[in-house]
Design a protein around this ligand. Structure first.
Ligand SMILES: NC(=O)c1ccc[n+]([C@@H]2O[C@H](COP(=O)([O-])OP(=O)(O)OC[C@H]3O[C@@H](n4cnc5c(N)ncnc54)[C@H](OP(=O)(O)O)[C@@H]3O)[C@@H](O)[C@H]2O)c1
Length: 272
C-alpha cells in the first residue's frame, strides 16, 4: 500500500500530534483527509477541521478505519486511552506507533494485543518546522513497518533507528535537548546584551550563530573540536572565553543535565 492511500489516526492532538499532522500534509505524502485527529476538547481542533483534517473525540471510533495509529497523549493518560481503544484495534492489520515518553512497546502490547506491531518514536518540538531529530525503536515490528514509520517521520526531520532500551536516553538528548540548546542560546544572547547589543538583535545573532555551528557539523560531517580549533588562535579571545566557561562547568553542566533528564524520563509512566 502506498503511503498516500493509508489512513492515520493521531490520538492526542496536542503539540507533537498536531506538528506531525501538519508536517505530513506539508510533505505532500498524506492529504489532510487521510488523517484523523482526536482530543477530548474538540473546539481546539476546529481550525484543523477547516483545513480538511477529520476530527473526533471518540478514540475507539477514530482508530477503527486507521492503518496507522499514533499515540500522542501524556504518559499519565495512556492507560485510559488504551482501555478505550482495545476493542477497536485490529492487531493483524494495524501498525501502532507511540511518541509517549517512558512507555515501552511491551507496556502497550500488554494493554492491547500480543501480536500487535508497536513502534516507539521520539521526536522533538522542531517537528513543527520539519526539523525534528526523531528516534525510532521497536522490539517486534517488521522491517517493512519500521521502513514505513521512518518514511513518515522523515517528512518532519531526520530519523535514526535505535535499540529500545536507549529510548529514555534519546528523550533526554533530543526531546529535552531542545530546551537545553535554547537555554544556551538565551544565555549567549544575554552575554551579547552585556557586551553592547540590544536584546532583540543579540537573540537573533546568537540563534543564527548556533544554527551555523550546528550546520558546520551536519553539512560538513565535521567534529566540534575540529571546528573549535579553527576559531581558537593562540592567546586569542575565543580560547580565553571558552576556557572561562569550562572552568565554570559548561560541559559538565550539560552532561549532568542530560543524565538527570534521562533518569526522570525513564520513570514518567511508572511513577505516580
Ligand atoms: N513535547 C515534547 O517535546 C515531546 C517530545 C517527544 C515526545 N513527547 C511525548 O508526546 C506526548 C504528547 O506531548 P505534547 O507535548 O504533544 O502534549 P500535549 O500538548 O499536552 O498534547 C496531549 C494531547 O492529548 C489530548 N488528550 C488527553 N487525553 C486524551 C484522551 N483521553 N483522548 C484523546 N486526546 C487526549 C489533549 O487534549 P484534550 O485535553 O483536549 O484531550 C492534548 O491535546 C507525551 O507523551 C510526551 O511524552 C513530547
Amino acid at each position: 500500500m502506498k503511503s498516500t492511500e493509508q489512513k492515520i489516526t493521531i490520538i492526542g492532538s496536542g503539540n507533537i500530534g498536531l506538528s506531525l499532522a501538519k508536517g505530513l500534509v506539508k510533505s505532500g505524502l498524506y492529504p489532510a483527509n487521510s488523517i484523523t485527529l482526536t482530543r477530548r476538547n474538540l473546539s481546539g481542533l476546529a481550525a484543523y477541521a477547516e483545513q480538511g483534517f477529520l476530527i473526533s473525540n471518540d478514540n475507539a471510533e477514530a482508530v477503527k478505519n486507521a492503518d496507522i495509529i499514533v499515540l500522542a497523549v501524556l504518559p499519565q493518560q495512556v492507560n485510559k486511552v488504551l482501555d478505550q481503544i482495545k476493542t477497536a484495534v485490529n492487531p493483524d492489520r494495524q501498525l501502532f506507533t507511540s511518541v509517549v515518553s517512558g512507555v515501552t512497546c511491551k507496556n502497550i502490547r500488554e494493554k492491547l494485543f500480543d501480536q500487535l506491531q508497536v513502534v516507539r518514536v521520539m521526536p522533538n518540538t522542531s517537528i513543527a518546522i520539519q526539523e525534528s531529530m526523531t528516534c525510532i525503536a521497536s522490539d517486534n515490528a517488521s522491517a517493512e513497518s519500521l521502513k514505513l514509520v521512518k518514511e513518515i517521520f522523515d517528512t518532519v526531520g531526520i530519523t535514526i533507528q535505535i535499540n529500545e532500551e536507549l529510548m529514555t536516553s534519546a528523550t533526554a538528548l533530543c526531546a529535552c535537548g531542545i530546551a537545553f540548546f535554547l537555554r544556551a542560546i538565551r544565555a549567549a544572547s544575554q552575554g551579547g546584551v552585556e557586551v553592547g547589543f540590544h536584546a532583540k538583535d543579540a537573540l537573533m545573532m546568537a540563534a543564527q550563530t548556533a544554527k551555523g555551528a550546528a550546520d558546520l557539523l551536519l553539512q560538513l560531517a565535521s567534529h566540534p573540536e575540529h571546528e573549535i580549533d579553527k576559531v581558537t588562535s593562540p592567546k586569542g579571545c575565543t580560547i580565553a572565553g571558552l576556557n572561562e566557561m569550562e572552568h565554570n562547568g559548561f560541559s559538565s553542566a550539560m552532561i549532568k543535565g542530560i543524565k538527570t533528564s534521562a533518569k526522570i524520563a525513564g520513570e514518567l509512566y511508572t511513577k505516580e
